[in-house]
Design a protein around this ligand. Sequence first.
Ligand SMILES: *Cc1c(COP(=O)(O)O)cnc(C)c1O
Length: 398
Amino acid sequence: MPTEELKQDAARYLMQTYTRQPLAIARGRGTKVYDFEGREYLDFVGGIAVNILGHGHPDLIQAIQRQAAQLIHTSNLYYTEPQVKLAQVLVEHSFADKVFFCNSGAEANEAAIKLARRYSHDKYGAGRHEIVTMKNSFHGRTMATITATGQEKVQKGYEPLLPGFHYVAFNNLEELEQAVTDKTAAILLEPIQGEGGVHVADREYLKQVRALCTKKDVLLMFDEVQTGMGRTGTLFAYEQLGVQPDIMTLAKGLGGGMPIGACLAIDSVAQAFSPGSHASTFGGNPLACAAGLAVCRVLLEGQVLDHACRMGEHFAKGLSDLKERHRVVREVRGLGLLQGIELDMEGKVVVAECLARGILINGTGEHVLRFVPPLIITQLEIDRLLDTLTQIFSKQAA
Ligand SMILES: *Cc1c(COP(=O)(O)O)cnc(C)c1O
């Protein structure tokens, strides 16, 4: 179907919740996607940090095809092998002892919020239910997670929000210490704020946050929905930031494109969930978990993490050079293959210029460009993006 026709039908039949690029994607291979006319685009969006193995990875295709032929869904009334195996892999390669599976990042955070409230309620009784989150954060679009999200634009018009949330400035220990009271159950934060414009948490700050949480028996919850699964060059970002949380949420890259989310926790916390206390019909479905297992195996057994680490360094250096040469680039931020640049101009102009030159990038906020390519992106491809940005910024200055 040609793009124009698809655009018209989308306007007619879909709720208009998205501002879409003028592009219909027909298929993908590796780091490239193709429109219906066969035009090729280099993909630095990767389905918003989801397609970590790129498009059409043979191991992922095979795992999904095999599992689809064997068993797609059973519900959690029964045991299935992929779910237990994926939980085992995640536990063996993280701080966590137990996993709850769901279908998205928002649901993973919803589970984390419920788990924290339940843990605190069981241990300390009613009233100690408050959760402190960060300004400029992003945790999803359900009612609880828009409340957790410290951005008015996602909350506007949906009031009343959930009670018991407080917001503090990211990387500000003093504000956090003041916000934590004897009613606080947990602190929720992203090790790197993604949607909020690629802001990395300071190591020293996180260390102090961990100490505060331990001292007050307040749960530390990391939203690694975007930073997890090798995005920053290690399987999880917390490994590089020197601090372990009590609860961690995953989604985006976990299924390599299949919808799946997970809430991980240490045993003493996970015990707050007992039979009947939380559930999901689709959560941990064999098809999604088989995809998750394939993703984990490629990440853990292959060279992808090392590669992502090296590409991240190359990318960050290239962006810093770009900043030296172009005054329109105000700041370069990120870790591994989650990189962002803050601009003195509107981001969407650059997104459109890149699209016209056959490269997909994503803007977040008005002035930030975010780059979250598949982890298999090559040095040549990164250099091509850097050259393209150079062309665009040079034209801008002229
Ligand atoms: C994308 C994202 C979410 C929401 O995930 P969905 O799958 O869209 O519900 C939550 N937290 C972070 C940090 C994210 O980047």
